[in-house]
Design a protein around this ligand. Structure first.
Ligand SMILES: Cc1cc2nc3c(=O)[nH]c(=O)nc-3n(C[C@H](O)[C@H](O)[C@H](O)COP(=O)(O)OP(=O)(O)OC[C@H]3O[C@@H](n4cnc5c(N)ncnc54)[C@H](O)[C@@H]3O)c2cc1C
Length: 456
């Protein structure tokens, strides 16, 4: 099976790692940039992301010195940005040591994924410009340099402005969310000179209307300053800023004029800032093509604009589920068509994203309630309600979600359906799978990978 992955961001690199485990797949990754790189500030690696990095063999490349975890293992602290008062501290409980939340530079995560890849499969300076379905059932892909390829499966991992998604859903259009992010990095030893700044904290500093400042050590003498603003932008600005542009520090600072002194001092240390307008589009109920030969993963399918600090983790879970679905279809006694594999992938992932969108709807409802004209709250009171409602433990299920177990439950269902339709199940021990406990089933499924690699 010939597969093309478009994009070498977290989603594309993860897809490539997982596809490399499938001996029946011949894959290439096409990236428009001239090299695989990641710019920008910090990124959270949550439990779900760690789980995937371990499965993918990339966790070993994230060195302790390149990441930051507070000594007391708090996950996050929430402050009132105006007064500097600590509102809440969330600790990580019942999480294995190796899966505790850390922050690192985005490039650190990218490099770890890159190192776990067969880099000879990654073709750079390959900007996809066209996709067409062929009567043979294959997909043709055209690049800006005039070259083309034909594949059995096209994986769109090309981010929020996905060309692959535009082919699949021509009427789907992304638009400005009204939220603009500013990000910069400051040497940690400079941040340490600011009296009253909790340099060791993973800290959100909240303002009314969901605006915030985020400060965090990233390891290696790098300190992150990211802010989220509600910024009206005209059409021109939206287009320009959507790709990220250099901005003046005062542009960022003007939103937080009443913030307490240590943060003003930190703004003053910012060498320059990058400004990004957040874009999103209508939610896709499905992320596969009708003919069953195109699938979207990562932000190409569901850009969540950083809402959960776990989008890269979701992208990795997509990649894992897609490859596992291909494997499932292939190892059946009567191998299933590609379209069926993609349906399984979609069945695993789309409901999860639907639940995540439900959380976004909750956030929105809280914001609308707080904006009600008859609700006479001070800014500080609004901040306290926002933190209690939107940043509580009630959304912990997101980081507790285990895609490997989730996938197995869908495999059980799919195996059963497969058996019902032709009286057979997958080649390797699948008849036992249904009666085994989850961890055992997981290891059995793992063995199926191993035994598959050297077919009988
Ligand atoms: C403010 C903010 C904070 C965030 N914080 C976190 C966090 O803390 N933790 C976390 O896990 N996630 C976080 N995220 C989300 C995370 O950044 C994304 O979900 C993740 O980068 C998605 O990866 P991706 O590979 O799908 O897309 P991208 O990272 O966008 O990669 C897409 C790749 O495709 C390439 N490409 C695009 N078009 C083409 C084309 N036509 N041809 C060839 N190649 C192409 C691009 O060059 C790029 O390399 C945050 C997001 C935002 C906006």
């Amino acid at each position: 099976m010939k597969v093309a992955v478009i994009g070498a961001g977290p989603a594309g690199l993860a897809a490539a790692i997982e596809l490399a485990k499938l001996p029946f797949v011949d894959y290439s990754v096409y990236e428009k940039a001239d090299k695989v790189k990641e710019v920008g500030a910090g990124i959270s690696i949550q439990r779900t992301t760690w789980r995937m990095l371990e499965v993918m063999g990339a966790a070993q490349y994230l060195r302790d010195s390149d990441r930051y975890r507070p000594d007391d293992d708090h996950y996050v602290r929430h402050y009132n940005g105006r007064t500097g008062k600590l509102i809440a501290t969330h600790f990580q409980t019942n999480i294995p040591e190796n899966q505790l939340h850390v922050r690192c530079q985005r490039a650190t995560l990218q490099n770890a994924l890159l190192r776990a890849n067969d880099q000879s499969r990654i073709k750079t300076s390959k900007k996809l410009v066209g996709v067409s379905q062929l009567s043979s059932g294959r997909v043709r892909i055209d690049f800006v340099d005039g070259s083309a390829d034909e594949v059995d499966l096209l994986v769109g991992a090309d981010g929020v402005r996905s060309v692959v998604r535009a082919h699949l859903f021509p009427r789907h259009a992304i638009s400005y969310t009204g939220r603009t992010v500013y990000r910069t990095l400051i040497p940690t030893d400079q941040a340490r000179t600011i009296p009253g700044l909790p340099v060791g904290a993973v800290a959100f500093w909240h303002a009314p209307k969901g605006a915030w400042v985020y400060t965090c050590n990233l390891g290696g003498n790098v300190f992150e300053l990211t802010v989220m603003t509600n910024e009206p932008l005209n059409e021109d600005e939206q287009q320009r800023v959507s790709w990220g542009e250099k901005a003046g520090v005062e542009q960022m600072q003007r939103h937080f004029k009443d913030f307490h002194k240590p943060l003003q001092d930190l703004f003053d240390l910012a060498p320059s800032v990058q400004r990004y307008a957040a874009f999103a589009g209508p939610r896709l109920p499905t992320v596969i093509s009708g003919p069953g030969n195109i699938a979207l993963v990562g932000d190409a399918s569901h850009p969540l604009s950083g809402a959960f600090g776990a989008g890269a983790g979701f992208a990795l879970e997509d990649a894992y589920s897609l490859a596992q679905s291909l494997k499932w279809a292939h190892i059946q006694a009567n191998p299933r068509p590609l379209a069926e594999a993609l349906r399984l992938f979609d069945k695993v992932r789309s409901p999860h994203y639907k639940r995540l969108y439900g959380v976004l709807d909750d956030f929105k409802a809280v914001g609308e309630n707080l904006a009600a004209p008859d609700l006479d709250l001070t800014g500080d009171e609004e901040v306290a309600v926002l933190v209690a409602m939107n940043w509580s433990h009630r959304h912990n299920w997101i980081i507790e979600y285990d895609v490997t177990k989730e996938f197995l439950s869908f495999v059980d269902e799919a195996d059963k359906a497969s058996k019902d339709s032709d009286g057979s199940v997958s080649r390797k021990n699948a008849a036992c799978v249904n009666v085994l406990e989850a961890p055992l089933r997981a290891s059995l499924w793992g063995r199926r990978i191993v035994s598959y690699a050297s077919p009988e």
